[in-house]
Design a protein around this ligand. Structure first.
Ligand SMILES: [Zn+2]
Length: 474
């Protein structure tokens, strides 16, 4: 997951203000399958799956071996390896449902991880280490816990003789974490669309929230993600000798246009995901901020309330398309008038808005007919976010309420992106549901010493086991 940081407003905002649910209880050893799950998780974490030195195909084969040992026949297991990418393969597995007319449920997880340098980490990033109530290791949180839970689900379902109504599918993929790498979910959409066909897919998303003291704050369902798109602003000029400046100058023209872009704000847009987030969090966040959340959920044009929310970079991004200059290049010599000046503008497009609409808006804002505004490359189609139906939310609310009574289920919109960006446009509505309660720093995913609460991982396992079962019997 390319995640944005957690909203800082939550940190400690509630302490003492509301009756809080109990903090995480001690691990229970009553589940006989827990050790087996832990071994699956350990095996995944300890299989290096970075793009530079790792091997997703090996991780996929190891998970396949576990499913085969649990009794899955070869016909229901498939290792796929995209041509020319021998170490970027993945696994498809299936548990057949009893109703041929009921569409499948797809459990999706990427098994690749962000790079991790041993010399920078306190502990070996590719050894699963338990310390102070945490699992440490690259991918412990993003997202080998959920990948291991998906495998463990299939093992448990088989072992119990569970006969789902819907077929349950598993897809483990590679290439989510590295821009420009071959993306396994995208590859499946183009090469195995039938095999991953499903009524909906569940994957990583916004994790559930703990506050700084380990109290549960909210359980999240990620229902929409923004789309990342680069735009190129470019000014050109015949140039000349710098001893004789002229009024027209590519650098000045570009910089003025970039400045206009910097001062432009896209209009606020609300959908199920961010409206649900504002409403849900408005009940938890005290003071002006909570009131402003409720006000904007009701009226997205409430300027006074927006001014409060826009001080928070995460909320600001959740409410609209944003564009920001990220790179500049200009000129060809220190003593020459510039012939070319170019800026990269990275936009995070609100779900459902077309690239063309943003291009037209940027062209208008740049407001210089001499300047070109273009799209350098496109990663995939844009889709409307999937609706938050009761079919999706009902089981989440029920099971979350059983496991974590009193903790609200709050939808979310993620300014970053996951593999949902490939599945949604392919007609497979994809939701981010983990049930993994993480610390306010998100368990330092992508960073040093990534970690996950041991108890949270085990609870997430219980939650996702019950949830997939509930979905599969719908
Ligand atoms: Zn991820």
């Amino acid at each position: 997951m390319m995640k944005s940081p957690r909203q800082p407003l939550l940190l400690g905002a509630f302490l003492g203000l509301t009756a809080l649910p109990a903090s995480l209880p001690a691990a229970t050893a009553s589940d006989a399958g827990l050790e087996r799950f832990r071994a699956t998780y350990k095996e995944l974490v300890e299989t290096n799956t970075t793009l530079s030195a790792g091997d997703c195909t090996l991780a996929a084969r190891r998970m396949e071996a576990r499913l085969r040992a649990a009794g899955y026949p070869d016909a229901d297991l498939r290792i796929f390896v995209p041509e020319g990418h021998p170490k970027e393969g993945g696994l498809l597995a299936v548990l057949h449902g009893s109703d041929p007319h009921a569409k499948s449920v797809l459990m999706l997880a990427h098994v690749d991880v962000v790079e991790a340098k041993r010399e920078d980490w306190t502990r070996d990033p590719f050894t699963l280490i338990e310390e102070d109530g945490y699992f440490y290791g690259r991918g412990t949180s993003d997202m080998k816990a959920q990948a291991a839970i998906w495998v463990d689900n299939l093992v448990r379902f088989r072992e119990e003789g569970f006969k789902p109504k819907r077929t349950i599918k598993l897809a483990l993929t590679c290439g989510e974490e590295t821009n420009g790498a071959l993306n396994g979910a995208d590859w499946l959409v183009h090469n195995a669309r039938d095999e991953i066909d499903a009524a909906f897919a569940i994957t990583e998303g916004m994790d559930a929230e703990l506050d700084a003291k380990g109290h549960r704050v909210a359980m999240h369902v990620l229902a929409a993600e923004k789309v990342s798109q680069n735009f190129t602003l470019e000014a050109t000029n015949p140039g000349g000798h710098s001893s004789r400046p002229r009024p027209d100058n590519a650098i000045y023209e570009l910089v003025r246009a970039v400045d206009r872009v910097s001062r432009f704000e896209f209009p606020v847009q609300l959908n199920d995901a961010n409206r649900g987030y504002l409403l849900g969090m408005s009940r938890l966040v005290p003071g002006d901020k909570g009131a402003a959340m409720a006000a904007v959920a009701k009226d997205p044009n409430d300027a006074a309330a927006l001014a409060v929310l826009d001080q928070d970079a995460n909320l600001h991004a959740m409410l609209r398309t944003t564009c920001v200059a990220t790179m500049l290049s200009a000129g060809h010599a220190t003593n020459a008038l510039p012939q070319r000046a170019r800026a990269n503008i990275n936009c995070r497009i609100f779900p459902g808005v077309s690239r063309e609409a943003v291009l037209a808006q940027l062209t208008e804002v740049a407001d210089d007919p001499q300047l070109s505004v273009t799209i350098p490359e496109v990663r995939g189609p844009v889709a409307q976010p999937p609706p938050l139906t009761s079919q999706i939310m009902g089981p989440v609310e029920k099971i979350s309420g059983e496991l974590w009574p009193g903790v609200p289920v709050v939808p979310g919109l993620e300014p970053g992106a996951s593999d949902a960006q490939f599945l949604n446009p392919a007609g497979i509505p994809t939701y981010g549901i983990t049930g993994l309660f993480v610390d306010p720093d998100n368990g330092n995913i992508h960073g040093l010493n990534e970690r996950a609460h041991i108890q949270s991982v085990y609870e997430s396992r219980t939650f996702l086991y019950r949830l997939v079962k509930a979905y599969a019997t719908q």
